[in-house]
Design a binder for this molecule. Structure first.
Ligand code: HEC
Length: 127
């Protein structure tokens, strides 16, 4: 009887060990493939979301007395004008026929472009 129980010990150890090793293979999908930060393009606000992007990426060249390309983007009216003639989205989306903007810099982050596009499509609200 004692002998029989002793012979079971190695297999019990093996089972415990296996269970332990198994836990090492537990991978969390969220940790392996973190979902990209979400981009909320609903009700985009001009003052909170559009203006900050334009002012930090565009007005360095597109403001003042002699703006680049003779295009000023220093206030709401200027930006709406560019939105309405297609140049705003054409340039930031690097579409054919438009000079890609910001000039000499990388394309804006996808989320910023998506938000500006949503703002234009929703009617360039001054909100
Ligand atoms: C480093 C300077 C610089 C920056 C920054 C810059 N631009 Fe320009 N932009 C220019 C110049 C110069 C032109 C004239 C066309 C050319 O030389 O490509 C121009 C032209 C344009 C035009 C007219 C394009 C056309 O094809 O008629 C628009 C619209 C424009 N820029 C929008 C923007 C926007 C929006 C941003 C920010 C995302 C921006 N620009 C950032 C220099 C700049």
């Amino acid at each position: 009887m004692i002998n029989q129980n002793i012979r079971k010990v190695p297999s019990i150890i093996a089972i415990v060990l296996l269970a332990f090793l198994q836990s090492c293979y537990y991978d969390n999908v969220e940790d392996l493939y973190p979902s990209p930060p979400s981009c909320d393009t609903t009700n985009v606000s001009y003052s909170d979301e559009v203006w900050p992007v334009i002012s930090s990426n565009c007005t360095g060249c597109h403001s003042g007395g002699a703006p680049s390309g003779n295009v000023s983007l220093e206030n709401y009216d200027d930006i709406v004008r560019a939105a309405n003639n297609g140049s705003l989205l054409g340039t930031i989306k690097h579409e054919n026929g438009w000079s890609p903007m910001p000039k000499g810099g990388g394309k804006l982050p996808d989320c910023d472009i998506a938000k500006i596009e949503s703002w234009v499509n929703a009617g360039t609200k001054d909100n």
